[in-house]
Design a protein around this ligand. Structure first.
Ligand code: TYD
Ligand code: MG
Length: 471
């Protein structure tokens, strides 16, 4: 006779717990542990209690040559770039992003592209009515034969429809709004979302369509609730953009069929997402030459060089409240860099608010941006402008020494074409043809010697409201 047991699981990180707790023992979040469906005790199954897929008989590995189906190019160059060619047949992809970034728009364009290549697809809109989907598709020029739509939330009906239509691709928008009454878990719970995703994964792996699941993320960037989905699926894509900006970025944070790290770029227009081919020019479009605190850094996203404007602002702080804030650059790293600027290059910023931002919502996880950030801060603090034709590249060590950055020449590939002539970088950096290297060994040297107008900054003495706030 089979017994039943009650299980608990963290809504955030997905860790199983033997009993309810106010705080998840794995991720430390409060109030995220919830009761899962009561599952019969029986033969061991998949991680969520679903039956295991039947194991196929072993085969010798060489026999498998030629079994791989080619990827399906979507015809959206930026999407295909991120996925190393296109959607892989029978794969499952999670497309995560905050509400309103344009996930539904992107997927409609992807499906239209697939339809143009003769692929059949089913778009399940569990959040919007068919009229809304039709209106958007009309606007995007996506009223294609071979693209089916359904406004449904019932997983059983969705799977049946995908199977009946024999589609190549199934899009579920969003995975948080579909439910499987058979799963026994409360609608909207993590267990429910996981169970639905697991069913679709099983379908895909047993001859079903490639599946794309839309997942909403919360403000802190975690995929709301079903962060657990990340390890169920083959590919995790994140779609980002600043609400007030038209730039949209797609990244693969996990991809079983190719390298991660490539960046897809679009601009949201009145007629949908328009792929950005000349990214270099885009991120510099609003640059105002002659402004202190502006420095251009050659970033590398995957294999794609991107010239990014870094801006800094230094302003007197209210006594005892100096703020350091960075967007697109790690705040901890900024604090460290300010300490190095003070101790190794004599630029004291105590009593000053310091703000740093990478323009266009680009995130610089790259220590190669240190020198550009330091220079932007020094330029903002002194009011001296960094030369317009200069690109700045280098990692800054705690001793103020500069370190070379990998792939310098590739990063700089577009710089000459976009009007830059000189590169400030550590000695020995390989710069692209046509660019002059201004070599520096230390941060102090970089600030002192190689910028012409930005010689060693004077110690600041800024007076606000009668009291000196820096010295
Ligand atoms: P949407 O795809 O609905 O975002 P998500 O599915 O991620 O929630 O689109 C988000 C925004 O994009 C919406 O506010 C309107 C805007 N938009 C355009 O600017 N141009 C367009 O052609 C479309 C279809 C949408
Ligand atoms: Mg949507």
């Amino acid at each position: 006779m089979s017994r039943t047991r009650t299980t608990f699981r963290c809504r955030d990180c997905g860790a199983a717990a033997p009993r309810w707790a106010g705080r998840c023992a794995t991720c430390g979040e409060w109030n995220t542990v919830e009761e899962e469906a009561t599952v019969p005790d029986g033969p061991p199954g998949g991680a969520d209690g679903s039956p295991r897929r039947p194991e196929a008989a072993p085969v010798e590995i060489g026999v498998l040559a030629g079994l791989d189906e080619p990827v399906m190019p979507t015809g959206l160059a930026e999407f295909d770039r991120v996925l190393a060619g296109g959607l892989t047949p029978a794969s499952v992809t999670l497309l995560a992003g905050e509400p309103g970034t344009g996930k539904s728009t992107l997927l409609l364009q992807v499906l239209a592209g697939l339809a143009a290549g003769g692929r059949r697809s089913l778009l399940v809109s569990a959040e919007e009515s068919l009229a809304q989907v039709h209106r958007r598709a009309d606007r995007l020029g996506a009223l294609c034969p071979g693209l089916w739509v359904a406004a449904d939330t019932d997983l059983g009906r969705i799977r049946a429809a995908a199977s009946r239509l024999a589609v190549d691709v199934l899009v579920v928008d969003s995975v948080q709004t579909v439910s499987d009454p058979a799963s026994g878990s409360p609608p909207g719970s993590v267990a429910q979302v996981r169970a639905c995703a697991q069913r679709l994964v099983d379908d895909a792996k047993s001859g079903g369509p490639a599946v794309v699941l839309v997942g909403h993320v919360t403000k802190d960037g975690s995929i709301a609730g079903p962060r657990v989905l990340e390890h169920l699926v083959d590919t995790v894509l994140t779609f980002e953009g600043e609400r007030h900006d038209t730039l949209r970025m797609l990244r693969a944070v996990k991809h079983r069929f190719g390298p991660v790290g490539e960046l897809g770029l679009w601009e949201m227009t009145g007629a949908g997402l328009s792929g950005v081919t000349d990214a270099g020019a885009l991120l510099l479009a609003d640059r105002r030459p002659g402004t202190p605190g502006s420095v251009v850094f050659p970033a590398l996203e995957g294999r794609r060089p991107l010239l990014v404007e870094i801006q800094a602002l230094v302003a007197p702080a209210a006594p005892g409240t100096a703020r350091r804030a960075a967007s697109g650059y790690e705040t901890g790293r900024l604090t460290q860099l300010l300490a190095v600027l003070e101790r190794r290059a004599g630029l004291a910023l105590g009593g000053q608010d310091v703000y740093v931002s990478a323009v266009g919502g680009i995130r610089l996880a790259d220590p190669g941006a240190d020198l550009a950030v330091a220079l932007a801060v020094a330029s903002a603090a002194t009011g001296r402008v960094v030369d317009e034709d200069l690109v700045v590249l280098g990692e800054v060590g705690l001793g103020g020494e500069l370190r070379r950055v990998p792939n310098a020449a590739r990063r700089l590939a577009d710089a000459g074409r976009l009007g830059f002539g000189r590169v400030l970088a550590p000695a020995g950096s390989a710069v692209a043809d046509g660019l002059a290297l201004l070599a520096a060994g230390t941060l102090e040297e970089a600030l002192d010697g190689h910028l012409g107008r930005l010689s060693r900054p004077p110690r600041l003495r800024v007076v606000t409201g009668g009291h000196p706030s820096a010295g």
